[in-house]
Design a protein around this ligand. Structure first.
Ligand SMILES: C[S@@+](CC[C@H](N)C(=O)[O-])C[C@H]1O[C@@H](n2cnc3c(N)ncnc32)[C@H](O)[C@@H]1O
Length: 256
């Protein structure tokens, strides 16, 4: 798909969804007056992250005191069925991230309530749900689909039917979804941020999500090397964070 076609399809996708008009306005500002925002402080943060990065396995062991072997063994079939679903999906989105980190964060926190931003195929949702289902817990997800691909119906495509009763999916931009989620449930055991990657988008959402994380809960953010929003957030709030390097990207994780 050419860039012009993608932009046009995205624009038409927005026009069909009046509930996403506020996000359309924010996107226009982001891509015109605020263009530098996506990469603000990127260089500084990449050297900061590289200095302290550990593996996913190491982070799970140090932070949660847990070993990682069980997840891939116990859920081998679920994970291979999910991979098959991803292959069959007509819409192409991003593949799985550090699933063990999310799953073991939920196990460590004995999670009953988890909030995540960014769903796409639903790999991260699947990781939380596999743990939450054991405690009859609930995952609250916020996701605005890739509008250029008309992908609404495929959001969360890899999540199997039997886990869906534990899942509440809010199909709006975070600025609209998160207040709706917080009005249904105010305190969370684990949060995973993986949606709007701009500096300003992160600063707003990190602050909101942090307020709703219980003491002892786990905060996880993907792609923290895109700009310095995560580093600046941690420094401002005196948070000692762990940085995980996973497939060439950095993930931030800490226990509140
Ligand atoms: C990287 S993907 C999520 C991947 C998923 N967490 C996983 O690990 O499988 C990012 C998702 O966030 C959505 N997104 C981007 N900006 C958003 C926003 N402002 N509000 C809600 N969702 C957004 C995208 O449409 C996409 O579905």
């Amino acid at each position: 798909m050419s860039e012009i076609t993608r932009v046009l399809k995205t624009f038409i996708g927005y026009l069909k969804r009046p509930d996403l008009y506020p996000e359309l306005g924010r996107k226009i500002i982001k891509n015109t007056v605020n263009r530098g925002n996506a990469f603000k402080g990127k260089e500084k943060t990449n050297s900061w992250a590289a200095e302290r990065a550990v593996s996913q396995k190491q982070a799970i062991s140090t932070l949660f005191g847990l070993e990682t072997g069980h997840f891939r063994n116990e859920y081998q079939d679920v994970l291979s069925n999910a991979a098959q679903r991803e292959k069959e999906c007509p819409v192409k989105m991003g593949g799985p991230g550090a699933l063990e980190l999310i799953y073991y964060a939920c196990e460590f926190a004995n999670a009953q309530q988890v909030v995540e931003t960014g769903v796409a195929y639903g790999w991260s949702s699947l990781a939380s749900l596999l743990s939450l289902a054991k405690r009859n817990g609930t995952l609250y997800s916020s996701d605005m689909p890739y509008l250029a691909q008309d992908g609404d119906q495929y959001v969360g495509y890899v999540v199997p039917e039997n886990l869906r009763s534990h899942w509440k999916l809010f199909r709006f931009a975070d600025k609209e979804s998160l207040p709706k989620i917080f009005s249904e449930n105010a305190v969370f055991d684990v949060l995973h941020y993986d949606s709007d990657k701009s500096y300003n988008g992160r600063v707003w959402a990190y602050g909101e999500l942090y307020k709703h994380l219980k003491k002892g809960g786990v905060f996880i953010s993907d792609d923290i090397g895109d700009n310095s929003a995560y580093q600046d957030f941690c420094e401002k709030n005196n948070i000692e964070t762990t940085v995980v390097e996973y497939e060439g990207k950095y993930i931030g994780v800490f226990i509140k």
